[in-house]
Structure formats: structure tokens, C-alpha cells
Design a protein. Sequence first.
Length: 317
Amino acid sequence: MRMRGTFIVVAGVALVAALVSVRARNDEAPRPQRTAAAGPRAASERGAVPQLPEPPGLVGVFVAREAAELAPLIAGRLDAVHVRIGDEVKSGQLLASIDMRAETLDLAVAQARADEARSDWEVAREQARAAGQEQRRAEALLQLGAASGEERSKAAELERTAQLRQRAARARFTYHYKSAKRARRDRDEASLRAPFEGWVVARYADPGELVRPERALLRVVRRGAVIVRFVLPTESARSLSVGNIVRAHAIDSASVLVDAIVRRVSPELEPALRGFIVEADVEAGAAGIAPGTEAEVFMPHDAGADLDRGSTAARGG
């Protein structure tokens, strides 16, 4: 019993000491200033209008208005991919290439045959021209009585033969020329180039893989034109329609605040999102917004009266 009483006394002393310490820290800490939201009397005494907290916006994302899934035009083994996800690309820049060593050899052979056929055609053309001159000379000599009809017939036959050889040589040249052109086109189609200026946002294959025309290798989005995509809750479905203006704020930039015109509203409810998907075109001020940037979207009644004025100015009205 004596030990139990001693323990109770020590515990009581420790509790009192703790309370005194907390009271001392509270006295030393600066007291928070009373804000305008503390009550209407405090606001009216200072002549200030109480500021209500701004309602949170809807969660969205800025996406590119135009994107392209790039696939090769021919099948083959992927030789190299020259870009990575997030890389900025220029229009016409080489992005990927297919191993075309066999096709390059075929092109060289086809080009050599085309050059040989061209030379044969030129030789046959000169022979036909010379045979024509000889036939006309034999005709003139026959009229002067210096040549016989047999000589004229022989010269005419030689001219016809030379013309036929010329046509055959021209046909061979045309065939080999088109073959070389087709091989060159196949070689050029093995290179995947950027269709416009933008960013690489997806990469689906690595060097060494077998690729086909129906399989995309890269996804590129265009720079500049963006839209904002967000989910409209079911309880707000009646408050927004196509043609309305919303305000979107880029989360990673405190200064980028743009107006967007609603262009598409999903007609069906997305059960997983519990809302409707909405897309709005950003009219102006999107130069500093990269696709994939998180957005906070405010409805017209949340953005305030200046939203209508800002959007009208953005549309040129």
C-alpha cells in the first residue's frame, strides 16, 4: 500500500508538470489573427466583406488537339529508333528506320540494270537514226539512177530493224527504270519521319523487333493546339452544354489560365468515372501548355463574371 501511494503521488506530480509546460508554450506562442470569416460582426466592425473560400475546380488534363500514330509502310526488322518519350521533334525529322540492307542491294542492282538499258537504248536510237539516213540516201540515188531498187529495199529493211531494236531497248529501259524507282521508294519508306512539329508521347517498339504496317511504332502530338478534357459530375450535367465557356488552370504553372469552349460532351455516363467526359477547345494562350499537363477546370458560375469578358476577348468579340 505504501508503494502504491508513492506511485500515485509521483504520477500526479508528473501530470501537473506536463500541464504547466503546455500552458507555458501556449502563452509564448503568438495568437492567430481573427479572419474575416470569424463572424459577420468582426467583418462589419472592420468594414471588410467576408471572403468565402473558392470552390475547387474539376480535375482535367490538357491534351493535344492533333496526334498521329506512326507505323511503317513496309514490313521488316526495326533497325533503330532515334527518339525517346518526351523528345521534341521537328517536321520531317527522322524518328525510326527499318533494316533495309537487302533492299538497298536490290536498289543498286536495279539501278545498274536501268543504266545499262539506257545505254542500249541510246545505241539503238543512234543506229535507227543512221539507218534512216541510209534509207533516204538510197532513195535519192535511185531517183538519180545511181542505185538499184534492191539497194533501196535493203536500206529500208535495215531501217525497220533498227527502229524495232530501238523500241525494244526503250521498253527494257522503262522496265528497269521503274524497278529501280520501286526499290528506291521501298528504301525511303523504311524511314519513319515526323509529320509535324511536336512531342513524342509513346513508343511501342525497340530495335530488333519485327514490325508490320498495321503496327504503330510511335505516337506524336502536335505542338500548339490543345484541348482540355475533364469529367463532368452527374449532378452538374444540366449546368454545361456545347458552346459554353469554361476556364482551365494549368496546375504546374500559376500564371497560365485560359478559356476554353466546350465542343463535345459524352452522351453516355462513364460508370467508372461517375460522370460525363467533356472536351473543350482552348482558344488562345496555350503556347506554354504541354500536352499531359494537369488542369483544374472551373464551370462558368465558378469562374465569375470576368470569365465571359475574357472569353469574348479571346474569341475576338
